[in-house]
Design a protein around this ligand. Structure first.
Ligand code: KIV
Length: 269
């Protein structure tokens, strides 16, 4: 008989049912240890492709390979028992056709054990999202600022500053909903547009750099823990891990240099 607590995860329909209700709490996480902590507080954990930037020093998310997402996805699933785990489909693994997207989404789900995938794009991804959902793959949409298209957008640019573009963003949100996504990330859009999207769609919106009125919020864990020396404006920094790590490493280096580590407590007699 197993003595471990049973794994009972929050499901995609449970997330969808939270539309207009208690705010949905979510964070990214990329390894088993931090995921175990986040698991106690978050409704879903995103293994986002931002891991390429915050863990692997890449300039943007475009270079992130599928195998890297799978490796971190496995670690996060292993470290958690309660939250829904959503894994990002990286650039180049889903845009070509619904069939290619299906093959890669199946690979992600089988190899990581995650409960859903996320992909970027609104109206242009409607058919692909529908194809996946109809075949048993829960999809979280991602509209507004879509970092995988940053080369086309000319950088990480806030969306919707020009009201003339709102119709296009609202149509993206409607298309993702029609296609059967269970929730959608709304990233980097001006607050009134985020509010309009949240009002108009029947599935939860998860804001990042969007609005407090979204149905939930997400942040990149490393940003909110203070590991990013230059976090974006929309990040509220809740910790100062950068300084704490620096101080601990320096104290260790000093102790080694003057032989005050190890002490009697740290050696075997
Ligand atoms: O990759 C990521 O971290 C994301 C969040 C910003 C939503 O997609």
């Amino acid at each position: 008989m197993s003595t471990q607590k049973p794994i009972r995860r929050i499901t995609c329909p449970q997330i969808t049912a939270r539309k207009g209700g208690d705010p949905i709490v979510s964070l990214t996480s990329y390894h088993a240890h931090t995921a175990a902590i986040v698991d106690r507080y978050a409704d879903f954990i995103l293994v986002g492709d931002s891991l390429g930037m915050v863990m692997h020093g890449m300039e943007n998310t475009v270079s992130v390979p599928l195998d890297l997402m799978i490796m971190h996805g496995k670690a996060v699933v292993r470290g958690t028992r309660r939250a829904l785990i959503v894994v990002d489909m990286p650039f180049g693994t889903y845009e070509e056709s619904p069939q290619v997207a299906f093959r890669n989404a199946v690979k992600i789900m089988k190899e990581t054990g995650c409960g859903a995938v996320k992909l970027e794009g609104g109206a242009r991804m409607e058919d692909t999202i529908r194809f996946l959902v109809q075949r048993g793959i829960p999809v979280m949409g991602h509209i507004g600022l879509t970092p995988q298209s940053s080369h086309v957008m000319g950088g990480f640019k806030t969306q919707g500053r020009d009201e003339d573009t709102w119709t296009e963003h609202l149509e993206d949100a409607a298309a993702v909903t029609r296609a059967g996504a269970f929730a959608m990330v709304v990233e980097g859009v001006v607050e009134p547009l985020a509010d309009k999207i949240t009002e108009q769609v029947a599935i939860p919106t998860i804001g990042i750099g969007a609005s407090a009125k979204c149905d939930g919020q997400i942040l990149v864990l490393e940003d909110m823990l203070g590991l990013n020396p230059k976090p974006p404006k929309f990040v509220k920094v809740y910790g100062d891990l950068n300084d704490q790590i620096e101080n601990a490493v320096k104290a260790y280096a000093d102790d080694v240099a003057d032989r005050s580590f190890p002490t009697d407590d740290q050696v075997y007699r």
